[in-house]
Design a protein around this ligand. Structure first.
Ligand SMILES: [Zn+2]
Length: 155
């Protein structure tokens, strides 16, 4: 078994909002449950938080699996950080990026769903969760480091 703070944050945030199936991971459902306005525009992905109001604006020019990845990254910023990244010191800003990246790995491919798969490969992760293969490979490395996989099965 493996534990990490980010993983626990993801699990708790999902449990609280009753996000427990693959269907619940649609961007529409997630933004509704997290009470975030979701917008698509012809500009770079960004997020905004003013008081209780939250917005994620996705770049409509990029493919849907990259939009999904960006969404989880921005969701990470919204849940983990309550300071304006543009005003943060360089080192702090770098740390925030790293945290949002790690959050996105866990949140876009949650372990409680992965463990139900009969076969785990970067390709199945990428396909099932509609996430770019590069990130599915990183998630696979993470999982491999903590559990034993034999013939694509978690044992
Ligand atoms: Zn970021």
């Amino acid at each position: 078994m493996f534990h990490s703070t980010i993983r626990q944050i993801v699990n708790e945030a999902y449990k609280k909002r009753n996000i427990c199936s693959l269907n619940d991971l649609s961007l529409e459902t997630l933004s509704r449950r997290f009470m975030i306005d979701l917008d698509y525009s012809y500009s770079q992905t960004s997020s905004l938080q003013i008081g209780h109001y939250k917005l994620i604006s996705l770049d409509k020019r990029i493919p849907s699996h990259y939009q999904r990845w960006d969404f989880f990254h921005e969701l990470g910023h919204i849940l983990l950080h309550n300071i304006d990244q543009k005003k943060a010191l360089k080192g702090v800003s770098f740390f925030m990026e790293l945290q949002a990246y790690r959050f996105a790995l866990h949140a876009s491919m949650p372990y409680f769903l992965i463990k139900k798969f009969c076969e785990i490969t970067p390709y199945t992760l990428s396909y099932v969760f509609n996430i770019p293969i590069f990130f599915a490979e990183r998630r696979m490395d993470q999982i491999k480091a903590h559990i034993t996989i034999k013939g694509g099965k978690i044992i």
